[in-house]
Design a protein around this ligand. Structure first.
Ligand SMILES: NC(=O)c1ccc[n+]([C@@H]2O[C@H](COP(=O)([O-])OP(=O)(O)OC[C@H]3O[C@@H](n4cnc5c(N)ncnc54)[C@H](OP(=O)(O)O)[C@@H]3O)[C@@H](O)[C@H]2O)c1
Length: 332
């Protein structure tokens, strides 16, 4: 595929997933972003991965979310994405928002895990090398590390921005009181927190209590990960575990034992509500996350262009009646 095959920019942005300002920043994010946690590593179908990146970009998905440890083996999603960037997207870099993260275990020894300055700065250098980039748009602390002073972790993030290696910084999966501290320190450092990334879907709603209201109050954006509960909030597990699904893969993060009869019964009832709305269950699950403008974007995963196409159409209807909200709430 050559860059000459791209959809003209006017179509890409006119008939697209739409954009929203991230918190109180000036940065607009697409309402649907693409995550490269699964399906873009060394063990995955490289042709389909390439097609998904093209399809996403052609439909206005400007944001691609990565981390140092994405792909099997770790780092392979960044490496594959870097090759695609260099070969086919280098002239489109300014139309793209690329994020990466460090925080979970990446390499052996005391410097390949956690929130130390040593780990985060070395890891970003490695990520830039793998992705063949000069800078990332967003760098995240991937988790709160109770073993490292939060000032050290935030200081490392701030210095990345000051060194021009990241344009913005964010945090992921921080306990609320630690998120509050992080926001304060980053603001004092002159590098305000752009965004908080946490899990949010029909089955996992904890962030509604504190994380989301705090982000809103502090002008920090919010982006939801695993909006489809890793594929459980689709119709794929209604009749067993398909061979080529995440739950079937030995290297996938979703375990077969999570697909219990009780979960399948809830999925089946949700599927009926989606049908009544004229949506697939995947579309309804994404629309449900996007019903509030407090969620700036959802990061979907996909293993095929067909899935991505289905997901993008979620944006057509993000309104829910109070009756639908109640029925979905009962099944969450
Ligand atoms: N910050 C963090 O700690 C963190 C943690 C997790 C994820 N994330 C980010 O969030 C992104 C998304 O997470 P996720 O992959 O768990 O997201 P997800 O959107 O909840 O699940 C994606 C999976 O759902 C299935 N799927 C997607 N669309 C479908 C459709 N239309 N019909 C049927 N099945 C469909 C596919 O599974 P099959 O492979 O079975 O086809 C796909 O791999 C990640 O890539 C990553 O960028 C961040």
């Amino acid at each position: 595929m050559s860059k000459n095959n791209y959809t003209p920019a006017s179509d890409r942005y006119t008939n697209s997933v739409g954009y929203q300002k991230c918190g109180k920043s000036g940065l607009q994010l697409p309402r649907i972003s693409l995550g490269l946690w699964h399906n873009f590593g060394e063990v995955d179908d490289a042709d389909e991965a390439l097609k998904m990146i093209h399809f996403a970009f052609d439909h206005g998905i400007t944001h691609f979310d990565l981390a140092n440890n994405y792909g099997t083996p770790f780092g392979s999603a960044e490496k594959n994405f870097g090759k695609i960037m260099k070969d086919q997207f280098s002239s489109y870099r300014d139309e793209m928002i690329i994020s990466t993260k460090a925080g979970h275990e990446m390499w052996q020894g005391p410097y390949g895990d956690g929130g130390s300055r040593k780990y985060l700065i070395s890891s970003l250098d490695q990520s830039l090398h793998r992705m063949k980039l000069d800078y990332v748009d967003i760098f995240y602390s991937h988790r709160y590390d109770p073993e490292t002073p939060i000032e050290e972790t935030m200081g490392a993030l701030s210095d990345m921005v000051k060194q021009g290696k990241a344009l913005y910084v964010g945090i992921s999966k921080y306990p609320t009181e630690k998120a509050q501290e992080a926001y304060r320190i980053l603001r004092e450092n002159g590098t305000p927190c752009l965004i908080n990334q946490d899990k949010y879907n029909i089955f996992t709603r904890q962030i509604e209590q504190n994380v989301l209201p705090l982000a809103k109050e502090q002008g920090v954006g919010f982006i939801a990960f695993s909006p489809l509960a890793q594929g459980m909030l689709t119709d794929k597990y209604l009749n067993g575990i398909p061979e080529n699904s995440r739950a079937a893969h030995s290297y996938g993060f979703l375990q077969k034992n999570q697909i219990t009869p009780e979960v399948v019964s809830r999925i089946s009832k949700l599927n009926e509500i989606a049908f009544q709305r004229g949506q697939s269950l995947a579309q309804m699950a994404l629309a449900w996350c996007l019903r509030s403008s407090d969620v700036n974007s959802v990061i979907v995963g996909a293993s095929s262009v067909k899935q991505l196409q289905n997901n993008i159409d979620a944006i057509q209807n993000t309104e829910f009646s109070s009756d639908e909200m109640w029925r979905i709430g009962e099944l969450g």
